[in-house]
Design a protein around this ligand. Sequence first.
Ligand code: SF4
Ligand code: SF4
Length: 467
Amino acid sequence: MFLAMLMVVNGIFLAAAVAFTWDSVKEYEWRAFKVGFGGVLCMVVLGVVILLMPGLRWFVAIILGALILLFFICLIPGRSNPRALTGSQGYVAKNVQRFDERDIVFARNRSLPPGAAIYKRYYQMHPEREEGDAKRRAAGGPFGRIGSIDGQHRPNIAMLKGTFHLPPSLGQKENVEPPPEPSAFPMDPREATERIKGFARHLGADLVGICRLDPCWAYSHRGEIFFDNWDDWGKEIPLPLPFVIVIAVQMEAELVRGAPHTPSVVESGVNYAKGAYISTILANFIAQLGYPAVAQHLRHYDLVLVPVAVDAGLGELGRFGYLITKEFGPRVRLAAVTTSLPLVPDKPVDLGAQEFCARCLKCAETCPSASIPRGEKVVFNGVEKWKLDEEGCFDYWGKVGTDCNICMAICPYSRPNRSFHRLTRWMVARSPLARALFPYIDNIVYGRKWHSGRVPSWIDYSQGKKA
Ligand code: SF4
Ligand code: SF4
């Protein structure tokens, strides 16, 4: 009986090690493959010991028992984080000033033509930014020479430009007014919520959440000018409509692992385009029901999407300033629709990310521009958070000619949504011990340093690197 029990338990561990090793091969994670293969060998050796060395069976039983005990201790739930469950307001320490869209680096680069009256107006308000912005403009903008890290490899640059072309094309259609006739279709909020979420998923959204607008996260003044609407620059932006539908679309891990090379920025563009497509159709759907709706997508925003996504229950804010979702970690791009159609809001979630990030630091240690803080959170504009140095981050984008994405790629939450990673995320969300252990386990299994991974051949960039 004792022998049979030992063989069964050893067999379960062996099967788990084989499955992990196979998953690592599929994910091109060679270090994890070696660790998994080491686990397979250990279990085979233990199996041989169980069968051939009866005197050592108790010793093997203690090893297997300790592993089982550790696993079950990591399932013991701890106390939830009440701040995470409050949503973005859980981290508001003082008054928050609404963010001015004119201050966004893309708006400063694109919408302030040197010599124009608005150029003078802006740099009179912010003289400290003029020199740095002029340098960035002269170097080609926030992306610098697009794709320079890959020798501007033409096929990938063409894909990149193709994808980023779509949101501006749809941007003029973002404000959708309902037709004058017929009058608004009366809808129960629960039914409207179910239909909108179902339709959004059908259109390609991977995650959909709903919240009421928190005015703190609405932009205060217009700064992005796309369609020669120069009179809008500097105008106060009215508060958006009161309900927000937030959409997340998944960035494929097999392209994100190419960061900071062009495949990962192509994937950013693909998912911004998907977000523009989904939010525009959703806004039109809602308008056809008789309710005003505004599509919020790349660079056509009336609100800051990450805290709104936190409020809509899609995830938590991580050390690097991205949203961390339960399903895909930070590997998502966001879009939204604001509307007056009454909907049922979702609840914010506690994934254990605050405690995990406090111990992990992997993104901060890997960031090539040292833009992610390694220390404690600070209060910035009334919000307690790890404060990213955005200017430093954009300077690195300018050097490589992509949106970098190394911090997204290396984050342990970014691992593909497979059974082992799902189990890990579930344990981290529940157990304080798992939150303490897994940052170290992740370092052992996957390493601390970033190495760009293999990407599919259709988006290979090696020809450009040789140019
Ligand atoms: S890499 Fe680590 S510290 Fe950075 S966001 Fe991800 S979990 Fe948090
Ligand atoms: S995108 Fe790159 S440069 Fe910017 S914070 Fe992340 S790792 Fe650092």
